[in-house]
Ligand binder design. Structure first.
Ligand SMILES: *[C@@H]1O[C@H](CO)[C@@H](O)[C@H](O)[C@H]1NC(C)=O
Ligand SMILES: *[C@@H]1O[C@H](CO)[C@@H](O)[C@H](O)[C@H]1NC(C)=O
Ligand SMILES: *[C@@H]1O[C@H](CO)[C@@H](O)[C@H](O)[C@H]1NC(C)=O
Ligand SMILES: *[C@@H]1O[C@H](CO)[C@@H](O)[C@H](O)[C@H]1NC(C)=O
Ligand SMILES: *[C@@H]1O[C@H](CO)[C@@H](O)[C@H](O)[C@H]1NC(C)=O
Length: 444
């Protein structure tokens, strides 16, 4: 080859170097896609058998999702090992793009089986914004009809799982259907095929979501950690309108699209569990003890119909020694930043406040990626303190299923700070006595 051409090729290859990792001749030979529409969240599993049709060895696969923000995405190799991936920017704001590291080289002509699992939080939406008391709650799901990919797909089987006989209509005639599923078979799907499908079905479950969680973890070195969760729950299903019968408000009624009983789990060692809703102490709670955890079952005062919301405060104590460890010259707090809140509900926004003892000096924080460090505040938490206690504030938004995560905080604390609060208390009391005595003296 003449040197000029070599140079030309070299120059041509340079700007695309990063692209060269992805732009390959991959062909999806067969795709089996299954989307479960029976719950509040749509869960998709895609089994992809692809072939490297290019001249080069590859080790990545570019996976495109026609959603700006799919909530949880995981990839697995044929042996079931989870694969690493990286989200890459796209020039289409409607899409998100992931480069999956296949963990080994795929030679020319070699095939590979990749499994992708995606959870979508807000893809099942009310089909009608409003409904009357005795009407069914009609939901809809809209998605790319064919397997959406940056590669050509030879054959795909796309299946939707529904509740038994819940289908109302679908915008695309299925290849097969049963009472609980719709099956579509496609051949020769082009890259970025944008045809859509809409499936409309009945789901009379309550679509509850946690719109806000404020969690306070109070570390005071007096034997207990006090945890308080302030939770706002809203039913994001079809809004209930029109007259409804008073009997619908009877506590145990199991109305369409409404919910009464909620559950949460606490650590087995939780003590002094208190539950309040907006009206105060609610006695409609039950606690069940299990070996490794405790379950709190509670009833909202009224059923949560579509569009309705409630809020409550749950407070409990756990022993300090289970979460606080002594290092050489400091303390290590290892606690759940967010614990179990309510079953299968997304959390739209969360703020976590870790209140350390007065005088604590924070030396390090290890936190999960899904929550951010917001800032550091100083507060007395309504208690007794002189200069204020350091408060670590963490926040997060749109958390889906695996939000139960630990946070580690290392801090140091001089021993005399431990004595300070009792000292301050005794000074206050002393001062009080003196006042009373003086007042008496003045009187007589
Ligand atoms: C991104 O932009 C390039 C041109 O700059 C275009 O060829 C490509 O199709 C675009 N990608 C998508 C996903 O639209
Ligand atoms: C679906 O419901 C019908 C009655 O509505 C029942 O006969 C049938 O067995 C159900 N099928 C499944 C798979 O539950
Ligand atoms: C659907 O359920 C009905 C009973 O309601 C049953 O007669 C029918 O065979 C079922 N259809 C399929 C395709 O399973
Ligand atoms: C709440 O009410 C229950 C029963 O009515 C009572 O046992 C409990 O002590 C009360 N708790 C508080 C904090 O008032
Ligand atoms: C946390 O709060 C900061 C400041 O208010 C904000 O910029 C950031 O986006 C928040 N993070 C999340 C995950 O909500």
């Amino acid at each position: 080859m003449c040197p000029h051409l070599m140079l030309l090729l070299f120059i041509y290859a340079l700007p695309c170097d990063s692209e060269a990792r992805y732009v390959t001749n991959i062909v999806n030979l067969e795709v089996q896609s299954k989307t479960d529409l029976r719950n509040q969240f749509a869960l998709t599993k895609n089994l992809i058998i692809f072939q490297n049709r290019g001249p080069n060895t590859i080790h990545t696969y570019k996976y495109i999702v026609a959603e700006p923000d799919p909530h949880r995405i995981h990839f697995y190799n044929p042996e079931g090992t989870e694969l690493e991936f990286e989200q890459t920017p796209t020039n289409e704001s409607r899409f998100s793009s992931f480069v999956v590291d296949l963990n080994r080289n795929i030679h020319p002509n070699e095939k590979y089986t990749l499994l992708g699992k995606i959870a979508y939080v807000r893809k099942i939406q009310p089909a009608q914004k409003n409904r009357h008391e005795n009407e069914d709650q009609v939901m809809k799901f809209e998605n790319q009809a064919r397997f959406f990919s940056s590669y050509y797909t030879k054959f795909s089987k796309v299946e939707y799982l529904l509740r038994n006989e819940s289908l109302i209509e679908t915008s695309l005639v299925p290849s097969f259907r049963t009472n609980t599923s719709l099956v579509y078979i496609f051949y020769n799907t082009v890259r970025f095929d944008s045809s859509l499908i809409e499936i409309v079905f009945v789901n009379n479950n309550a679509f509850l979501t946690i719109t806000n969680l404020e969690r306070t973890i109070d570390i005071n070195h007096f034997g207990k950690i006090i945890i308080e969760d302030e939770v706002i729950v809203r039913n994001i299903g079809a809004r209930l309108v029109g007259p409804y019968s008073p009997s619908a408000l009877a506590p145990l009624s199991d109305q369409k699209g409404a919910s009464n009983w909620l559950y949460t789990h606490l650590p087995a060692s939780a003590e002094n569990v208190q539950f309040y809703d907006v009206l105060g102490n609610s006695s409609a709670t039950k606690i069940y003890h299990f070996l490794n955890y405790m379950t709190l079952k509670f009833r909202t005062r009224y059923p949560l119909f579509g569009g309705w919301k409630t809020s409550y405060v749950l407070r409990y104590e756990v022993p300090l020694y289970e979460y606080l460890f002594t290092l050489d010259s400091s303390f290590l707090l290892q606690i759940r930043a967010i614990d179990y809140v309510l079953d299968k509900m997304a959390i739209e926004s969360v703020t976590i406040r870790i209140v350390l003892p007065e005088g604590a000096l924070i030396k390090g924080i290890v936190k999960p990626e899904i929550i951010d460090f917001k800032n550091e505040e100083v507060s007395c938490l309504g208690g007794l303190c002189l200069f204020g206690r350091p408060v670590l504030v963490l926040n997060g938004s749109d958390l889906f299923d695996d939000y139960i995560v630990n946070v580690n905080v290392e801090y140091s604390l001089k021993w005399w700070y431990l004595l300070r609060a009792p000292l301050v208390l005794s000074i206050y009391l002393e001062f009080g006595f003196v006042l009373v005595i003086c007042a008496n003296k003045v009187k007589f």
